[in-house]
Design a protein around this ligand. Structure first.
Ligand code: MTE
Ligand code: MO
Length: 356
């Protein structure tokens, strides 16, 4: 089947902004374990970058013994690694915050997952030789532009603490679902940082710099910080691990259903650890019952799909809720943790349906 015949290649994403291109996935399209790149949400801070034509080289430099330049062929010769990893934008579900916050008004679809193949960042850092006293690893993308709050040009650049950079599952990825990375998702190389919100997974990697200090930059110090207060910066904390979360995918919000038996379906995910429990309420949170899902013996970094059989013989309006718990005993709160920039929304998910 050619791409133009493939129904999935038609635009199915909901556009939040045309430029830079920001689009999310209607949540009922996120039905499988391995989302086609046609349905993968897109989050960009700038225009898509222009890449060097033929002689792409990845630079590893800074606080290392031997700076290195690696070609894609060099990377292909290093031991490959594949992981199922969910990417969730830190602003996913931002539109649900009350009071409203500035920023892209994402509904529930700035999330996706699939299989990423690449080389462990650790392998590459060890190849260059990390010097003693190294603190962070800065990764810079090829994209750049102005920010609304400044006339300077910035590139998309963020750092990881050295421990996270050395975690063997932090990847320099070159394939998504057995295909070269799609351009819009970071071709030829992107970082994949399991467990963290997706701002950390830098696309179109230009260079990697090891530093012995603390990196400061707009995408690290201004954005992707939890500011719990409206007026001042007290209590600021960097956005890192994904919060425990769940989303109801079937039925859809405001669906009209008949009396009888319905299957309520959805997904649940977390950053650190894995999902241990999912509860559903069909009476606006008064009573809760366990949903069914496959317990993970060897947890990966993906979501779990769950289902719940609901028999309803009464007519009327019903609020259905889902609430996930993870292996660190983190539970989705009833009230979201409001923060000025609207990151990490993870209150219990909620939809309304009418039975008639
Ligand atoms: N990397 C670069 N170079 N530029 C970006 O704007 N956006 C980040 C991250 N990596 C970004 C980036 C954010 S905030 C998210 S949510 C994810 O990429 C989105 O990845 P996707 O567009 O492949 O879905
Ligand atoms: Mo994001």
């Amino acid at each position: 089947m050619t791409d133009s015949q493939n129904p999935l290649s038609k635009p199915h994403l909901t556009t939040r902004r045309v430029h830079p291109e920001n689009q999310e996935t209607p949540i009922h399209f996120i039905e499988t374990d391995e989302i086609s790149h046609h349905l993968f949400f897109k989050r960009n801070h700038f225009s898509y970058p222009t890449l060097p034509h033929s002689d792409y080289r990845l630079a590893i430099q800074g606080f290392v013994e031997t700076p290195r330049l690696l070609s894609l062929q060099d990377l292909a010769r290093l031991p490959p690694q594949t992981a199922k990893v969910v990417l969730e934008c830190a602003g996913d579900k931002r539109s649900l915050f009350e009071p409203k916050v500035f920023g892209e008004q994402w509904d529930k679809g700035a999330i996706s997952q699939g299989h990423w193949k690449g080389v462990s960042l650790r392998t590459i850092l060890e190849f260059a030789g990390i010097r003693k006293g190294a603190k962070e690893v800065v990764v810079e993308g090829y994209d750049y532009g102005e920010r609304p709050d400044s006339e300077h040009f910035y590139s998309y650049m963020r750092s990881l603490p050295i421990e996270k950079a050395l975690h063997p599952d932090t990847l320099i990825a070159y394939e998504y679902n057995n295909q070269p990375l799609p351009f819009k998702h970071g071709y030829p190389l992107r970082l994949i940082v399991p467990q963290w919100y997706a701002m950390a997974s830098v696309k179109w990697i230009k260079q990697i710099t090891v530093i012995d200090s603390t990196f400061i930059g707009p995408y690290q110090s201004n954005d992707y910080v939890y500011f719990p207060h409206k007026e001042h910066n007290e209590g600021a904390k960097p956005v890192t691990n994904i919060n425990v979360n769940s989303t109801i995918q079937t039925p859809l919000n405001l669906d009209i259903l008949s009396t009888g038996t319905h299957v309520i379906k959805g997904i649940a995910w977390t950053g650190k650890g894995h999902i241990t429990n999912i509860e559903i309420s069909t009476d606006h949170g008064q009573t809760w019952s366990k949903a069914i899902f496959k317990k993970q013996e060897k947890p990966d970094y993906g979501w779990v799909s769950w289902s719940f059989i609901w028999t309803i013989l009464e007519e009327g309006e019903f609020t259905i809720m889902s609430k996930a718990t993870d292996s660190y005993y983190q539970v989705q709160p009833v009230t979201p943790f409001w923060n000025r920039k609207g990151y990490g929304y993870n209150a219990v998910d909620q939809i309304k349906v009418k039975i008639e």
